[in-house]
Design a protein around this ligand. Structure first.
Ligand code: BGC
Length: 243
C-alpha cells in the first residue's frame, strides 16, 4: 500500500510516496525550503505544488511540528502563530484535493522507528527525540505511542530545552561538538530522571552524524541510539498515519 508522506519542518518540507508495509520510500524524496513567513496559506500552497509534482491522487499523511488534536494544529513554536487553532486537515485537504491525516512530526518519526527502525521489538519505555529546528518527542510503552508529548519545551537553566540542545541551537551559537553534546547530555539526563526509558532514539538530520556526539554522552544509564531511518523517519511515519 502506497501513501504519500509529507514532513513539514521549520526549515524544509519533504515529500515522498512510501510503501507502508516495508517502510521504504518508493520514489526519491523531494524537499523544498519552508516558506517564510511560515503562514498556513503559504505552506498549503507549497504542499499543493509538491503533491502535484508527484501526480498524487491517493491518501496522504502530513507530519507537522506542533501539537495536533483531531486534525487541528494547537501549537507552532517554530512556524507562524497563525497556525494555532487552525483546521489543518481541512486546509491541506482543500489545497491538495486529497484525503489527509495530520500527526505531530516527532510522533510520526517515532512510529516509523518503532515499526521499521531502531525501536523495533522494544516493549519497554522508549523515548524518541528529534533534534532539528526544535526538539520533538515521541514516547512509547509496550509499543504504544502517547501522542503530543512536548518534551522539547521542558526548562533547563531557565531556557526551553530546544534552545540549548537542538541542531539549530548548535548552529546558531556555533557550538563545538563537545559543548553541544554536553548540553544534550544534560537534557537527556533530565529526561531519564523523569521517565526512566529503557532506550533513547535520537532523530533529525543530525542523527547522520551520531558518531560525532553519541560517544560524548556519558551521563546516562539507558542506551542512546541514532534513528535508523535518519531524517526520512518523519515522512515514513506520516505515511503510516495516513494509511
Ligand atoms: C514543537 C513540537 C515539534 C518539535 C520538532 C517543537 O518546537 O513544539 O511539536 O515536534 O518542535 O519539530
Amino acid at each position: 500500500m502506497h501513501i504519500l508522506g509529507v514532513d513539514i519542518g521549520g526549515t524544509g518540507i519533504k515529500v515522498a510516496p512510501v510503501d507502508v508495509t516495508t517502510g521504504k520510500l518508493v520514489a526519491e524524496r523531494v524537499k523544498v525550503a519552508t516558506p517564510h513567513p511560515a503562514e498556513p496559506d503559504a505552506i498549503a500552497a507549497a504542499v499543493r505544488e509538491l503533491v502535484t509534482g508527484f501526480g498524487w491522487s491517493g491518501p496522504a499523511g502530513i507530519a507537522f511540528p506542533g501539537v495536533i488534536t483531531d486534525g487541528t494544529t494547537r501549537t507552532a513554536a517554530n512556524l507562524d502563530p497563525a497556525w494555532i487553532g487552525m483546521d489543518a486537515r481541512g486546509l491541506f485537504g482543500k489545497a491538495t484535493g486529497l484525503q489527509v491525516v495530520m500527526i505531530n512530526d516527532a510522533d510520526a518519526a517515532g512510529l516509523a522507528e518503532m515499526k521499521f527502525g531502531a525501536g523495533a521489538g522494544h516493549q519497554g519505555t522508549v523515548l524518541m527525540l528529534t533534534l532539528g529546528t526544535g526538539i520533538g518527542s515521541a514516547l512509547f510503552n509496550g509499543g504504544v505511542l502517547v501522542p503530543n508529548t512536548e518534551f522539547g519545551h521542558i526548562e533547563i537553566r531557565g531556557k526551553d530545552a530546544e534552545k540549548r540542545a537542538s541542531e539549530h541551537a548548535k548552529e546558531e551559537h556555533d557550538l563545538s561538538w563537545e559543548k553541544w553534546a554536553g548540553q544534550v547530555d544534560e537534557y537527556l539526563q533530565r529526561m531519564e530522571a523523569l521517565l526512566s526509558p529503557g532506550l533513547f532514539i535520537i532523530g533529525g538530520g543530525i542523527s547522520r552524524k551520531s558518531d560525532k556526539f553519541l560517544p560524548l554522552l556519558t551521563g546516562l544509564t539507558a542506551p542512546v541510539v541514532p534513528a535508523a531511518l535518519h531524517n526520512d523517519a518523519g515522512i515514513v511515519g506520516a505515511a503510516m498515519a495516513g494509511s
